[in-house]
Design a protein around this ligand. Sequence first.
Ligand SMILES: Nc1ncnc2c1ncn2[C@@H]1O[C@H](COP(=O)(O)OP(=O)(O)OP(=O)(O)O)[C@@H](O)[C@H]1O
Ligand SMILES: [Mg+2]
Length: 340
Amino acid sequence: MATTSLDPGEGAPGGDAPALLDVHDLTVSIGGDRLLSQVSLSIRSGELVGLVGESGSGKTLTGLSLMGLLPANSSVQGSIRFDGTDMLAADGERMRRIRGGEMSMIFQEPRASLHPSRPVGKQIVDVILAHGAARAADARRQAAEMLGMAGLPDPWRTMDAYTHQLSGGMCQRVMIAMALVCRPRLLVADEPTTALDVTIQAQVIALLRRLARELDLAVLLITHNLGVVSALCSRVVTMYCGQVVDDDTAEHLLSSPRHPYASALVRASDVSLDHTGEQSGITGVPASPSRPPRGCRFHPRCPYAEERCTEETPGLEPTRHGGRTRCLRSDELVLPGVGA
Ligand SMILES: Nc1ncnc2c1ncn2[C@@H]1O[C@H](COP(=O)(O)OP(=O)(O)OP(=O)(O)O)[C@@H](O)[C@H]1O
Ligand SMILES: [Mg+2]
């Protein structure tokens, strides 16, 4: 297992505060297929970080690794430190206390994660009691209070509701309440707005922003949607083919991306601003993380690839303005961002 430095994640942009979460060289295989390779990222207390990348790039697997929720046939190398605890060496009891207590995750499909035939209030109370966070009499009050904080208009009535009686947006608020009721320090939110229409998406983002501030919560927001990221996050980690390829402030990523894939993602998410009238989607098919191309994993799709990109493997190197990027040509390229 790799040792972890006291550094807040090698070269993570912004601030000197020690990292709340520090993932270093995380490599995950499932059933013998290597799906994550040397993923490194860090999050400080109260920081809102986006995790973006195309489908299959390894975002959810990264989130599941943090939570200790990988399937049984997985093998994990590297290190995950949460508030000083080595998560990969933590025993089951410590892991159970951290998961749902100090660190929690919201999954993409809220209805699938809630029990259909148990009132939602009881499900939140179950979480509180499982973590010993309150006695039974107090747990109901705390659950209702959290539903209120999550913006449900009539929390005591919602306590007795079943998921089929609630809209998608309300279910997502219930999930957020359930994830935050034990006052975790880190929330991993996997596509929390994808299933929702645009107006409700904006409300859920505003809610997460408010709760993060009120509860001093760090958030790792997993999404395809750069618009959602820029509305919430100060920093964005970009994944491609099971690797972190870029780590930058949201502002810098959108205006002057350092990695050709990050640039392509930013432009693909901004089709409406493409004044050429052409779709700026990313051409080519994502490479398979278990059978990656030689050299830079993005080179078969990269318009800037040179001969050496097909042979040399780029490392995740610090950039001049405090980010990190994995491109052999990052110093010489000037790449288009939003609206370019
Ligand atoms: N339980 C599993 N067993 C085998 N392979 C898996 C498993 N879970 C994920 N994978 C594979 O790992 C890779 C990364 O998957 P992951 O779910 O992390 O992608 P993602 O970035 O979250 O994509 P999406 O945006 O579609 O949610 C994919 O190639 C996927 O097929
Ligand atoms: Mg996913």
